[in-house]
Ligand binder design. Structure first.
Ligand SMILES: Cc1cc2nc3c(=O)[nH]c(=O)nc-3n(C[C@H](O)[C@H](O)[C@H](O)COP(=O)(O)O)c2cc1C
Ligand SMILES: O=C(O)C(=O)c1ccccc1
Length: 365
């Protein structure tokens, strides 16, 4: 196991150490976003505009961080977001990430752009969900879904914020266009062993969600919903959960910070589906605020990659342990014994903070 000195006291420390270890082009691929990266910055900044209004004398005793998601227990409301190319961070790649998530008792969402096959990731143990970019080739898409099912994945996370690829200026400057030789998107292999390129499908529509619903009995979550009208459509199409996400600011630069979108989505869904959120979660208090505003759980993307770069499975474990301990302490200090004790009354701002302007919730839009 890593010492705290090596791995850091918080996720910013881990990020700084990862930056020292990674090739600049790979650091920039992981850290960067689309355009001027306004949305990358806005995701983290949104949390700094929320303030916790703690309750006292609640006698919380030992906290219980467990939640129930899609009918199954998860050890804490922090999951691993799907991110591409883990072998750029560590030779063990997604296998190491899966081992850490399993040890932490949480879900790992395996990216369609993973650099290890879903079967060997599953062999590391733990609960996996599979992230899908629906491909224009329906037969190939169906084959990938069957492969994820056969490997034991328990849900499909369908990314819907990517009709085209975001324009990432850091990657353009480095000339970073593809994986180095020897690494490949292992879950994009065809029957002949050839690796297909992941296509973004600008033709994707709700009928494809209905089609997916018809080819799998796995729960389907939509990843990348920010507009309440889309949340209502998702409910109407029988999906099983929503992930409020702007792809970590890597797709539409200028898209609303996810924490600012969350209340509108929660109101639109009205408790009919679990609502998850990702983007900019770096502290236990961030998790607390997201849950208080109605999220069932959060996911972390980049911090997991930083942990992986610093120490493989132990590094990812360190990141997840830091978040767990930080959330546990934040709950105690806010007077909550468990996630279910949190509500919007525990959060103030940003309207209470001079100069920050009102929160952009588009309820009923
Ligand atoms: C390097 C990197 C690769 C990503 N790859 C994928 C991907 O393959 N599929 C996907 O749906 N989202 C992908 N995402 C988006 C994440 O799932 C998630 O939405 C985002 O990272 C959350 O923000 P955070 O990094 O601030 O925690 C990626 C994000 C990063 C940083
Ligand atoms: O970088 C990303 O955000 C991402 O989603 C992705 C998708 C396909 C291949 C590589 C990265």
């Amino acid at each position: 196991m890593l010492t705290l000195d090596e791995a850091g006291l918080n996720l910013a420390d881990v990020a700084a150490e990862a930056r020292r270890r990674l090739e600049p082009a790979h650091w920039d691929f992981f850290a960067g976003g689309a355009g001027g990266e306004r949305t990358v910055r806005a995701n983290e900044a949104a949390y700094t505009r929320r303030w916790v209004v703690p309750r006292v004398l609640r006698g919380t005793g030992e906290r219980d961080l467990r939640i129930c998601l899609l009918g199954e227990p998860v050890s804490m409301p922090v999951l691993v977001a799907p991110t591409a190319f883990h072998r750029l961070a560590h030779p063990d790649g997604e296998v190491a990430t899966a081992r850490a998530a399993a040890e932490a008792g949480t879900v790992m969402v395996v990216s369609m752009a993973a650099t290890r096959g879903v079967e060997e990731i599953a062999a590391a143990g733990g609960r996996l969900w599979f992230q899908l970019y629906p491909q224009p080739d329906l037969e190939f898409t169906a084959a990938v879904v069957r492969r994820a099912e056969a490997a034991g994945c328990r849900a499909l996370v369908v990314t819907v914020d990517s009709p085209v690829f975001g324009r990432r200026e850091r990657d353009l400057r480095h000339g970073f266009v593809d994986l180095p030789p020897g690494l490949a998107c292992e879950n994009m292999r065809d029957t002949d062993g050839r690796v297909r390129t992941i296509e973004m499908d600008a033709g994707l529509g709700w009928e494809r969600i209905a089609w997916l619903r018809g080819i799998t009995s796995l729960p389907i979550l939509l990843k990348g919903v920010l507009h309440p009208a889309d949340a209502r459509l998702a409910v109407a199409h029988g999906v099983d959960g929503l992930l409020v996400s702007n792809h970590g600011g890597r797709q539409l630069d200028g898209a609303l910070a996810t924490l600012d979108a969350l209340p509108g989505i929660v109101a639109a869904v009205g408790g009919r589906l679990p609502v998850l959120v990702d983007g900019g979660v770096r502290r236990g208090t961030d998790v607390l605020v997201a849950l208080a505003l109605g999220a069932t759980a959060v996911l972390v993307g980049r911090p997991v990659l930083w942990g992986l770069a610093v120490g493989g499975a132990a590094g990812v474990r360190h990141v997840l342990d830091l978040l767990r301990a930080d959330l546990d302490r934040a709950l105690a200090l806010a007077g909550a014994a468990r996630p279910a004790d949190l509500g919007p009354d525990l959060v103030a701002g940003p309207d209470l903070v001079a100069g920050c302007g009102p929160v952009a919730t588009v309820v009923g839009a």
